[in-house]
Design a protein around this ligand. Structure first.
Ligand code: FAD
Length: 289
């Protein structure tokens, strides 16, 4: 089913994100993880796409397995940085051939070891160009990324205007960068709505279960750590089990608050972890429509 139709049918759309197999995470292990994740009945599972094309085939294979063998809806990510149109359309054709109906259309980042000349080798500069191209040539439900705390290459107003332009190229839903402060998210939602961005804003939530992991995420995504989360990290960050429980409780609280403020889509960044996902899904079971 197309994700745009899920939003027509359901009050809440709860999804998971996983990354495809890599050197440290085998395909076999990911198949086990996926089989456990589908038991929680997410509305869809998204499978990321490695920068520089390193995990291209892994994305389609895993998305196809989840959709066609496990019977859960999927969203295949795709980045366009440095890509020729012919490669992108070949990828999309393979996605179609695997009965996958949803694409997360992204620009991607300059891969390590490359520089901005990568743009000259590809046919797309921004995700908006990829989205236009997909909609002109294929029949997918298309999603795109947004940044409640602003994409690092821009200031907030300019980034919002670019987001509006991106949404107008035919985006059915938008998924956020991870954030930990719901107030920042609500303020962003207000601004986006005032600007006329109509696509559902899915909120990306990541359970913080490890103090070291969060430093990496914050450095990468530039997400603010609110004072209440910082206090949790200070108190429990040195104790793995306590931190895990506190992180699950924090993410649960974040999701319940978002749902009660009318957010219809929650995207859990699972990091391929089944136990934290299971606990959170148990905690929000009452809120699922
Ligand atoms: P764009 O929407 O193209 O925006 C990139 C920058 O360009 C922004 O600063 C924007 O304001 C600016 N911009 C846009 N249009 C214009 C214009 N016309 N003129 C000037 N500036 C402009 N990366 C991966 O490699 N694989 C993944 O699977 C993946 N999944 C992701 C999922 C989510 C939910 C999110 C939030 C991010 C994901 N990313 C992934 C990371 C993403 O590729 C990077 O954040 C990347 O830097 C931006 O991608 P984008 O699609 O948002 O780019």
């Amino acid at each position: 089913m197309k994700i745009k139709d899920l939003f027509e049918k359901k009050e809440h759309v709860i999804s998971f994100e996983i990354f495809p197999p890599n050197r440290n995470f085998s395909e076999e292990k990911l198949r086990e993880v996926s089989a456990k994740l589908v038991k929680h009945q997410p509305d869809f599972i998204s499978v990321t796409y490695g920068a520089g094309g390193t995990t291209k085939s892994g994305t389609i294979e895993m998305a196809s397995h989840i959709k066609n063998t496990l019977g859960t809806e999927v969203l295949a990510h795709l980045t366009c940085i440095g890509s020729k149109k012919s490669e992108i359309h070949r990828f999309l054709k393979e996605v179609e051939d695997n009965n996958i109906q949803n694409i997360m259309a992204l620009r991607g980042d300059i891969p390590l070891g490359e520089d901005s000349s990568i743009y000259d080798r590809g046919d797309y500069r921004y995700a908006s160009e990829l989205i236009r191209d997909i909609n002109d040539n294929h029949d997918f439900s298309v999603g795109a990324a947004y940044y409640p705390e602003t994409h690092h290459e821009n200031n907030d107003l300019i980034d919002l205007i670019h987001l509006k332009n991106k949404a107008e190229q035919g985006v059915d839903f938008l998924i956020s960068q991870v954030f930990f402060d719901n107030n920042i998210f609500m303020e962003f939602r207000e601004k986006a709505r005032k600007l006329g961005i109509k696509a559902p804003l899915i909120a990306g939530v990541m359970p913080v279960t490890n103090a070291v992991q969060i430093q990496k995420i914050v450095a990468l995504c530039r997400s603010e750590i609110p004072e209440n989360l910082q206090k949790i990290l200070d108190k429990y960050g040195h104790d793995h089990d306590s931190m895990k429980k506190a992180g699950i409780a924090y993410a649960t609280q974040q999701i319940i608050e978002l749902l009660s403020h009318g957010i219809r889509g929650i995207h859990l960044y699972t990091m391929n972890k089944t136990d934290t996902t299971r606990e959170i899904m148990k905690n929000i079971d009452f809120a699922r429509g």
